[in-house]
Ligand binder design. Structure first.
Ligand code: ATP
Ligand code: MG
Length: 216
């Protein structure tokens, strides 16, 4: 647990950091460094009692779960894969919006492959979400774990389909893939370490309130 008179917020670089800046501003917090330019992983803010740590998006729940960060911002996709143990999730921030979906090559007969009792080979980094989705449809699924560039898998015969995040659909289109099913809408949530919330409520609650106000 970090010092009781200060709080640490875990964020990933890129869209989550960018879209969190206005929320931080609403809480009176302004980072003193830009993570895209600085190589620092611990960033100060205008407030001596608030610091930011820059982590890989998939690692955010882990830092908060263990109390190495008191707060964090993580995509629903990441939270589902992590499991959310030990995390209080008070607020959907509505940022980094996209959707988790199934995509295949344009000519693939997805309806036939996913008839009840059917079988499909799916490449994804979202094993838990994909498993739950096909189980609910009553379809046998052979899951192949990938860490990135999922779009390649159906093109070279590694899998029939992928489960991945889509926003504009530009990457799918560029690779002759089509979205055949939406699994769920995705946005990022505020996560809080449960012990931190008790021990540091006077510091954390105003941040929660400011974020909630800015989201509305
Ligand atoms: P990398 O892309 O470097 O492998 P990553 O995929 O872990 O890292 P990001 O691409 O920055 O990290 O995604 C962080 C979070 O932003 C995801 O967990 C998801 O919730 C959200 N996200 C991902 N892709 C999109 C997108 N195209 N549009 C909007 N939000 C997205
Ligand atoms: Mg990414």
């Amino acid at each position: 647990m970090c010092h009781v008179s200060s709080i640490t917020l875990a964020l990933s670089k890129g869209r989550i950091f960018e879209e969190t800046l206005p929320l931080l501003a609403a809480a009176g917090i302004v980072p003193t460094d830009d993570p895209e330019r600085s190589r620092k992983l611990i960033l100060g803010t205008n407030r001596p009692d608030v610091r930011l740590v820059i982590v890989r998006a998939t690692d955010t729940p882990t830092y908060v779960q263990y109390g190495a960060a008191d707060l964090g911002i993580a995509g629903k996709d990441v939270l589902i894969e992590h499991g959310g143990q030990g995390l209080y999730q008070p607020l959907d921030l509505g940022i980094a919006r996209c959707r988790l979906c199934v995509a295949t090559r344009a000519g693939f007969d997805y309806a036939a492959a996913t008839r009840p009792g059917g079988r499909i080979r799916v490449a994804t980094k979202y094993l838990n979400s994909a498993k739950a989705h096909f189980a609910e449809k009553g379809v046998h699924v052979d899951l192949i774990k990938l860490y990135g560039s999922m779009e390649l898998a159906p093109l070279v015969g590694l899998a029939d389909a992928i489960v991945d995040l889509v926003s504009s659909g530009g990457t799918l289109k560029a690779n002759n893939l089509v979205e055949v099913e939406e699994i769920m809408p995705i946005s990022s949530r505020l996560i809080v370490n449960q012990a931190s919330l008790k021990l540091k409520r006077t510091l954390i609650q105003p941040v929660l309130d400011a974020f909630a106000g800015a989201v509305r």
